[in-house]
Ligand binder design. Structure first.
Ligand SMILES: CC(C)(COP(=O)(O)OP(=O)(O)OC[C@H]1O[C@@H](n2cnc3c(N)ncnc32)[C@H](O)[C@@H]1OP(=O)(O)O)[C@@H](O)C(=O)NCCC(=O)NCCS
Length: 167
């Protein structure tokens, strides 16, 4: 668990499901226009697995960590990382954008990856978040990949700082 003066980052619990799914869905719909271009079919496909049932399953999954950033019991952002160090989710509420929430959540996900024995984190970035990841130490490590968005996903990797030199 990670805390600063105004925000806590903790493991998600089943009771977070409704609020967390609302954040995921709003983040995609309202912030990721560069990826879905407001194309209804693309957006619907992207949102299709952001269901209450799936969220509860992701929280229950033993080889996966779902973390939430919380202020005054309101969920500001949702992230996830597998025990193998792959970041799956990293979505901030439109209400909390550009306040350092995703940067803090990313640090927490990386810390969890290191705790699980990984010396790298991997992810596939949206167009929307590409610059954000590059400025947080990630490098692109493969050609853009097709996905369910109208643009490409960008495979990225980062050596976890505390373990550099120990591999
Ligand atoms: C891009 C995104 C992930 C960043 O999250 P955030 O919580 O807003 O970012 P933080 O506040 O932690 O990071 C600060 C970033 O915002 C920038 N920023 C701060 N205030 C800003 C403003 N008023 N206008 C534009 N950019 C601003 C900072 O320069 C910094 O960008 P940089 O890292 O490229 O330099 C988020 O805004 C977003 O759009 N998410 C959509 C979902 C998504 O694509 N998730 C990734 C899935 S792989």
């Amino acid at each position: 668990m990670c805390e600063n003066l105004w925000m806590q980052i903790r493991d998600a619990i089943p009771e977070d499901t409704a609020a967390a799914c609302a954040v995921l869905r709003r983040s995609i719909a309202e912030l990721c226009e560069a990826d879905h271009r407001n194309d209804p079919y693309t957006l619907a496909r992207w949102l299709s697995n952001k269901t209450h049932e799936n969220f509860r399953a992701w929280v229950a999954q033993t080889d996966n960590s779902v973390l939430v950033a919380v202020e005054d019991q309101h969920i500001l952002a949702v992230g996830s990382i597998t025990d193998a160090g792959t970041i799956g989710l990293n979505y901030v509420s439109p209400d909390a954008r550009f306040q350092g929430v995703s940067r803090a959540l990313l640090r927490a996900l990386e810390t969890r990856a290191a705790e699980k024995g990984n010396n790298r984190c991997n992810l596939t970035s949206t167009e929307t978040a590409r610059r954000f990841y590059l400025s947080n130490g990630y490098v692109e490590n493969g050609p853009p990949v097709g996905g369910f968005t109208t643009t490409s996903g960008y495979p990225m990797t980062k050596a976890l700082p505390s373990l550099i030199g120990k591999t």
